[in-house]
Design a protein around this ligand. Structure first.
Ligand SMILES: [Zn+2]
Length: 221
């Protein structure tokens, strides 16, 4: 034993990594052959190295696992975004359909007892069942019809598809056709007419006769 153990043990890492001089290497080799203590130290050192290797692998695994987790998280986030996007799209679609239904206004055709006219407190009042009217066309026609002075009230109601769908069958909407202070007393007949209202006030007898023929008489004096 030429060299003290401490010196050899200091050299062991260099010896193990094969980075020491040939002289040092031979000295360490010779010392290990003769010294049980340093041999044991070197074996421990090698074992520690071997344990360190799987630890390094673990780190690699952990890194891979973390990468996987990141990818999975991204995928999950993408799925969530997709679900949200789909929900927004469906919602927008529903809104568009409702909007279209609200904009789709059509004339309410007279059915059995869906439209009626009454005088309430001197006002002419129309009652509509099962829908709400968005538009109300009213024309008052003072005419001499085949020699008779008569005052007619023609009216027509329109509703959107949305109001048709959302209003229950047994619900009534009420509309004032002619208030008492606007000459309701002078009206002789009230007709529901779904046709053309252009210059209905100045029509001749024959054309007015056609209008009346195509109208539904709802009230007469
Ligand atoms: Zn030794």
């Amino acid at each position: 034993m030429k060299y003290p153990c401490g010196l050899i043990q200091d050299l062991l890492p260099l010896y193990h990594d094969e980075v020491c001089s040939r002289e040092s290497r031979q000295a360490v080799l010779r010392h290990l052959e003769e010294c049980g203590e340093c041999r044991a130290f070197y074996e421990k050192m090698q074992q520690a190295e071997n344990i360190a290797v799987p630890y390094a692998d673990d780190r690699e695994e952990n890194r891979k696992a973390a990468a996987f987790r990141t990818v999975r998280k991204k995928l999950r986030r993408r799925q969530v975004l997709l679900v949200i996007f789909t929900a927004v799209l469906v919602f927008a679609g529903i809104l568009a359909v409702i909007g279209a239904m609200k904009n789709s206004v059509s004339v309410i055709m007279p059915e059995e007892n869906n439209i009626s006219v009454t005088i309430t407190n001197g006002d002419f009042v129309a009652k509509l069942r099962g829908s709400r009217a968005n538009y109300l066309k009213i024309k008052r026609v003072d005419t001499s019809f085949y020699g008779q002075e008569k005052t007619y009230l023609f009216f027509c109601m329109s509703a959107s598809k949305w109001d048709d769908v959302t209003t229950k069958e047994d619900m009534f909407s009420v509309y004032t056709l002619c208030p008492r202070d606007k000459g309701a007393q002078g009206i002789d007949c009230v007709y529901y007419y779904t046709g053309d209202y252009t210059d209905i006030e100045t029509m001749g007898e024959s054309r007015l006769g056609q209008v009346i023929e195509n109208s539904l008489l709802l009230w007469s004096r």
